[in-house]
Design a protein around this ligand. Structure first.
Ligand SMILES: Nc1ncnc2c1ncn2[C@@H]1O[C@H](COP(=O)(O)OP(=O)(O)OP(=O)(O)O)[C@@H](O)[C@H]1O
Ligand SMILES: [Mg+2]
Length: 210
């Protein structure tokens, strides 16, 4: 694989964009890929994660840069020359600023924390993705096994124009903890979290190769 771009987008704050970006990145590095994270969110959580990682490990094992929304195209062009995979983390809003990230994307991932409110919030992003002729994939996040709510949201998600990945991330403290430590769940999370992230990475790699 060479020079592919994943954009992680979702209008709803706190849905898991940064969590997805980080965990897919760390697992991709473990698979031998050269990875760059690109943060367009002025909140800067991804940068904080990256600094924590460097402090903890000495070497992050992946690249990190920031750009304005409109600098994404230029940054991606540059990064793609050096790495196999660029993952773009975006702020929680939906407006024209998202277009460059969507335009650059080979794969658009939309985390949906398991609630109807989160699902409703995806409409705008899906419209924008469609305008860029990109098919978006919803990733159900913070699911709770055997709850009616999670199943209802999963069911409702299939009615939208987007795809829905089979892999889901459950609601686990480990995702919040590892994020704060500058790690990925595959590095320090429990077995179940590691398995979820690997399954998601498998699916993401397949979608990128498709
Ligand atoms: N599967 C999960 N299980 C438990 N906690 C989670 C999970 N996914 C995300 N979180 C936690 O929820 C919070 C929000 O997640 P995250 O920062 O990834 O969302 P975001 O979409 O990037 O937010 P923002 O829109 O503010 O950028 C964080 O504290 C994170 O650790
Ligand atoms: Mg974020």
């Amino acid at each position: 694989m060479s020079g592919k771009v994943i954009a992680v987008v979702q209008q709803k704050g706190g849905s898991g964009k940064t969590t997805l970006a980080v965990n897919i990145a760390v697992e991709a590095v473990r698979r031998g890929l050269k990875v760059a994270l690109l943060d367009t969110d002025p909140q800067g959580s991804l940068g904080r994660w990256f600094m924590a990682r460097r402090e903890r490990l000495g070497e992050a094992g992946l690249d990190f840069s920031t750009s304005s929304a409109w600098g994404v195209s230029y940054e991606c062009e540059k990064l793609k020359r050096d790495v196999d995979l660029v993952i773009v983390d975006t702020p929680p809003k939906v407006d024209a600023d998202l277009r460059p990230a969507l335009r650059e994307a080979d794969l658009v991932l939309v985390p949906v924390a398991s609630s109807h409110v989160d699902l409703w919030a995806t409409d705008g992003v899906l419209d924008l993705a469609a305008r860029e002729q990109k098919r978006a994939w919803l990733v159900l996040n913070r699911t709770r096994a055997n709850t009616r709510l999670s199943e209802e949201v999963a069911q409702a998600a299939t009615q939208l124009t987007a795809g829905v990945t089979e892999a889901r991330l459950a609601n686990r403290v480990a995702y919040a903890e590892t994020l704060g430590l500058g790690l990925g769940a595959v590095e320090a999370g429990p077995k179940a979290a590691r398995a979820e992230v690997r399954a998601l990475a498998d699916e993401v790699m397949e979608l990128l190769d498709a």
